[in-house]
Write a protein that binds this ligand. Structure first.
Ligand code: FEO
Length: 164
């Protein structure tokens, strides 16, 4: 049976994951308006993944005999000044999510909730990937801003080059 403190913290996390999903959907709408369907696609996929994250916590609470209680989801931001600003916000947001996952993990250790520890390890690994992807997009956009698209295209070509 899940403890009260863990149940409450995971219910909070469901809200954070659903907010992330909502925020990324809002970013997708921004990109659609700017005629950047590729960036919008990135955000649609991210948004779907965040809902899946929320559902992992949801089912974990249920499986452990706890009670899911959904809270209001805050309205996300709707306007940005550039693609780089959006990407930087995604990176900053993911860093916040990582901090929140770490807090849950610390709570699991404190409460000796071993199933929660195991379940949260998946999220710890996932956050490494999420932060890396966001940082890469920020870096690419900065490169375009500073040196134009040619350098980026050449970099992609060199990345595919194999040794002889
Ligand atoms: Fe649910 Fe992007 O972390």
């Amino acid at each position: 049976m899940i403890g009260k403190a863990m149940q409450e913290a995971m219910n909070e996390q469901i809200n954070k994951e659903l907010f992330s999903s909502y925020l990324y959907l809002s970013m997708a709408a921004y990109f659609e308006e700017k005629n950047l369907p590729g960036f919008a696609n990135w955000m649609y996929i991210q948004s779907d993944e965040e809902r899946e994250h929320a559902m992992k916590f949801y089912h974990f609470i249920v499986e452990r005999g706890g009670r899911v209680t959904l809270k209001a989801i805050d309205a996300p931001k709707t306007e940005w000044t550039s693609s780089l600003e959006v990407a930087e916000e995604v990176a900053a947001h993911e860093a916040k999510v990582t901090a929140s996952i770490y807090s849950l993990y610390e709570l699991a250790r404190k409460e000796k909730d071993y199933p929660a520890e195991v379940m949260l390890q998946w999220f710890i690994t996932e956050q490494v990937e999420e932060e890396k992807n966001a940082a890469e997009i920020v870096a690419n956009l900065k490169l375009i801003e500073e040196r134009g698209t040619a350098v980026l295209m050449l970099d992609h070509r060199l990345a595919k080059r194999k040794g002889e």
